[in-house]
Design a protein around this ligand. Structure first.
Ligand SMILES: [Zn+2]
Ligand SMILES: [Zn+2]
Length: 317
């Protein structure tokens, strides 16, 4: 799933003038990899239900799955999303690199590809050009069912590649990010192998390695895939809209904890650079809490916290 990047990228990024939205098509190998790394973990998730009864699922598997779920999930929400896409805060260099690696562990594509797609989503949200809007096919029940499928996972099988030079020139100019980006196949390997190694060591058995690979590797990856994709599908269809945004983004509370606060999606589209998405009373936002901890530790600065005045201005009439 790595992207082929030109060596004269920096020159091109500096060039003025509008750049096309799509830079080209995925090559055959990348397209096949996308299918494998979406469908294989998904098959494991489906298989997990019958397997859970009477088949190897131990406390070690559960602990490892939870750990890697948080590790890779927060890498996406805090790193890929709030830092790299939206610049909600500034991170010290070691943390910046580590967050990019953590996000890569989610197997949602390398950071630059993810950010380019997501910035395109915000630029065209719920309009023509949005890579994953559920509203592009109409509002009849059949059109909405098709829209839901497209926004949730169908869009990823489209082989059009979002133009990274147009949507992520800043990241392409960042040597550290490009380094993490280049090694995406390595991070993908590690996110599957590390749970197996740890499970094998804890249980001191090949069986323990295999069950940890299954639960904390494959099942965890697919489960997190669906949580992330639910923000694109469900959170653009159902929920509360207390803030004014140009699109259909909504706050969907049942996913708040699993999505690390990303399901407070209405506020996010109303104020994309805000470091906290769950801004109202009782709205749990684990990602914002982690950013807060990083700030206390002095690892991040310039955090864009919400202010009362700004929220009042954003409140929908
Ligand atoms: Zn959105
Ligand atoms: Zn966003």
């Amino acid at each position: 799933m790595t992207s082929t990047l030109d060596s004269d990228t920096a020159d091109k990024a500096d060039r003025v003038g509008p750049k096309p939205m799509i830079e080209g098509k995925r090559n055959r190998a990348t397209q096949i990899a996308v299918y494998i790394f979406i469908l294989l973990p998904f098959a494991a998730l489906v298989a997990a239900v019958p397997f859970a009864w009477g088949w190897g699922l131990g406390w070690t598997d559960i602990a490892l799955a939870v750990f890697f779920f948080y590790f890779s999930g927060l890498g996406v929400t805090v790193g890929y999303h709030r830092l790299f896409t939206h610049g909600s805060f500034k991170a010290k260099r070691p943390l910046k690199i580590f967050l990019a690696i953590m996000g890569s562990f989610a197997v949602q594509g390398p950071p630059v590809t993810w950010v380019a797609d997501h910035r395109r989503h915000h630029a065209f949200s719920d309009r023509e050009g949005d890579p994953h809007s559920p509203w592009l096919f109409g509002t009849s029940p059949a059109a909405l069912a098709k829209g839901f499928w497209h926004a949730h996972m169908g869009w990823m099988f489209d082989d059009s590649v979002t133009n990274k030079e147009r949507f992520a020139p800043d990241l392409m100019a960042d040597e550290d990010i490009m380094w993490v980006n280049r090694f995406f196949p390595l991070w993908t390997g590690l996110t599957l192998v590390l749970p197996a190694v740890l499970g094998g060591l804890v249980s001191w058995s090949w069986w323990g390695a295999l069950t940890a690979f299954f639960w904390a590797g494959l099942v965890r990856i697919s489960f997190l895939h669906h949580v992330t994709w639910s923000t694109n599908s469900i959170c653009h269809m159902i929920g509360e809209r207390p803030f004014a945004s140009r699109d259909k983004a909504a706050n969907f509370w049942p996913l708040a904890i699993l999505s690390f606060g990303e399901s407070w999606h209405n506020l996010h589209h109303a104020d994309p650079t805000c470091a906290r998405h769950g801004v109202q009373r009782g709205q749990i936002d684990t990602s914002a809490r982690l950013i807060w901890v990083f700030e206390k530790l002095g690892w991040v600065t310039d955090v864009r916290w919400p202010s009362e005045a700004r929220l009042a201005k954003l409140a929908a009439r």
